[in-house]
Design a protein around this ligand. Structure first.
Ligand SMILES: Cc1cc2nc3c(=O)[nH]c(=O)nc-3n(C[C@H](O)[C@H](O)[C@H](O)COP(=O)(O)OP(=O)(O)OC[C@H]3O[C@@H](n4cnc5c(N)ncnc54)[C@H](O)[C@@H]3O)c2cc1C
Length: 495
């Protein structure tokens, strides 16, 4: 999260490395930008004075998406595969398409939603192959296992990025860059549950109630999940109901319902309450499909004008759709034991009271209500935090993905668009009017959004190049003057 303190370390004393672009975070968002730059033929321009990739992980490309256990995607296989298709990729990882077993499996069932762990493996493979190609053919460096601590905006508009090797925390290092593409993922914090309860106007969980986030739990295996909750379940002989409440009603919440019902049904879980504050929406490819299914569609608020899809951004899809339908019609995930109750806490007094009662009688509460940004500290040249605009879904950005400060001014040269930041729907990107969140997704990172960020980065670099040229002319004039007087020459150190 953004730090409010201004304790940003100074340079280690060595001459800092100097780049035209630093990619902070090489998950699906960061890599979407890089894939886009490469396939559009603009990579050399982005890396004109060097491109550096920094990520705290050792294996790059999948981010958290590959960590979720037994979670089905909310995109179908062909959507992910489309990110790997372009003639410029043929020499880089064309063989993956022919020989890789996972690729073949997804291509054989293009309309099925794959497991995110498998998507993660494929994204990692393609990303690592692209990175190896870029290192060989362009001015590209990679720092794996390096955690970014802070980003300082210098007086000249460039950025200092402070980072350390995760194995040597004390050894801070610094690089300088004209532009920064920063996507460090999203964060859910247990401390946010009290705030979520305040928003719903229900009392927060009492002391001693276990509180967890869906993001952490979805990365646990069944054994780990049982090990986490079994200690808070009362034994069957106690005659008590073991209830877990989930706050949230989106894809993550329904994915969580399925994991809990499947993995904890035999471990003592009796009930799951899902407390949300807007109607559960379902996704359909067309209005006709929705109506044929018996779903009431409001053509004004529910249909994306770009794709004509119903609830394109807010609707539950694929496995989450099936889970929601099973819960709505039978009060259970098919084939599992725990009872499940959906409570729209904003739908009236009785529902509101029921939500409060369920929460008060839960042995555990799960935050499954969206993500905030996982940003490093962002400070100005004096070390003071640059306050950014935050609202529903994360940081506010302009049309190039540049974060807005509290005065509404874009931070030039800095770009962010992944989980916890992101674009709002607009006429080009599309989405249903009813959706007020942010647009995330692997496909869009590799296409529309990646292209916007690329345009912004190129614009910033072109502007810097003009400014630097003017500066060099003026320095050269000064030097001519100086050399004439002292006979000295001048060289500018770089990497
Ligand atoms: C449960 C869930 C399911 C989803 N399913 C889908 C889906 O099916 N299809 C789809 O298109 N989208 C899906 N999304 C949305 C989105 O595509 C993913 O969330 C995606 O992982 C976001 O990518 P990201 O790069 O923004 O963040 P992340 O995946 O979190 O990647 C961030 C990267 O930054 C690095 N990093 C973080 N902090 C630091 C630091 N301080 N220093 C250095 N490196 C750092 C991390 O190591 C990581 O590599 C899903 C999201 C969630 C939460």
């Amino acid at each position: 999260m953004q730090s409010s303190s201004a304790e940003i370390p100074e340079s280690s004393g060595s001459v800092p490395s100097d780049y035209s672009c630093v990619l902070c975070g090489a998950g699906p968002a960061g890599m979407g930008f890089l894939f886009c730059a490469f396939k559009s033929g603009k990579l050399a321009e982005v890396a004109r004075n060097g491109l550096l990739i920094i990520d705290k992980r050792v294996s790059l490309g999948a981010g958290k998406l590959g960590d979720y256990v037994n979670v089905t995607g909310n995109s179908v296989a062909k959507t992910f595969l489309a990110c790997l298709e372009h003639e410029r990729f043929d020499d880089v990882f064309g063989d993956i398409r022919e020989f890789n077993a996972l690729h073949r499996k997804m291509a054989a069932d293009p309309d099925a939603a794959p497991l995110l762990s498998e998507v993660g493996q494929l994204l990692t493979l393609a990303a690592e192959r692209l990175i190896a190609h870029l290192v060989e053919h362009f001015d590209v460096d990679v720092l794996r296992g390096h955690e970014i601590e802070a980003i300082r905006r210098c007086k000249d508009g460039r950025f200092e990025i402070v980072h350390h090797d995760t194995r040597k925390q004390a050894e801070r290092r610094l690089v300088i860059s004209d532009t920064v593409v920063m996507n460090l993922g999203g964060s859910q914090r247990v401390e946010e549950v009290d705030e979520l309860c305040r928003t719903l106007d229900i009392p927060p969980p009492g002391n001693g109630v276990m509180i967890r986030t869906s993001d952490d739990l979805l990365r646990l295996t069944k054994t780990q999940l049982v090990g986490t909750f079994a200690p808070v379940f009362a034994p069957p002989t106690a005659g008590l109901t073991n209830r877990i409440s989930i706050i949230g009603g989106s894809h993550s919440a329904f994915t969580m319902i399925e994991r809990l019902a499947t993995d904890l049904g035999g471990a003592g879980l009796d009930e799951i309450s899902v407390i949300h504050r807007s109607p559960i929406r379902l996704f359909f490819e067309t209005e006709h499909d929705a109506r044929a299914w018996g779903y009431a569609v409001d053509p004004v608020t529910d249909i994306c004008p770009v794709t004509q899809r119903v609830n394109r951004s807010s609707g539950l899809r694929y496995r989450a759709f099936e889970v929601a339908c099973s819960v709505m019609s039978h009060g259970r995930v098919a084939g599992t034991k725990p009872r499940i109750e959906l409570i729209d806490a904003a739908s009236g007094k009785a529902a509101h009271a029921r939500a409060a009662a369920c929460l008060a009688n839960s042995c555990a509460v799960i935050h499954g209500a969206g993500y905030g940004p996982n940003m490093s500290a962002l400070v100005d040249h004096r070390g003071a935090t640059i306050p950014l605009q935050f609202s529903q879904g994360g940081i506010e950005v302009d049309k190039f993905g540049r974060p807005l400060d509290i005065h509404g001014d874009a931070i030039r040269g800095l770009f962010t668009f992944g989980l916890g930041a992101g674009f709002r729907p607009d006429a080009e990107i599309g989405s249903e009017v009813a959706f007020t969140g942010r647009i995330y997704g692997v496909w869009i990172f590799h296409h529309d959004i990646g292209a916007r960020i690329l345009a912004g980065v190129l614009k910033a670099l072109a502007r810097n190049a003009v400014a630097r040229e003017a500066e060099m002319i003026s320095t050269a004039d000064d030097d001519r003057h100086e050399t004439h007087r002292s006979g000295r020459g001048q060289t500018r150190p770089r990497r």
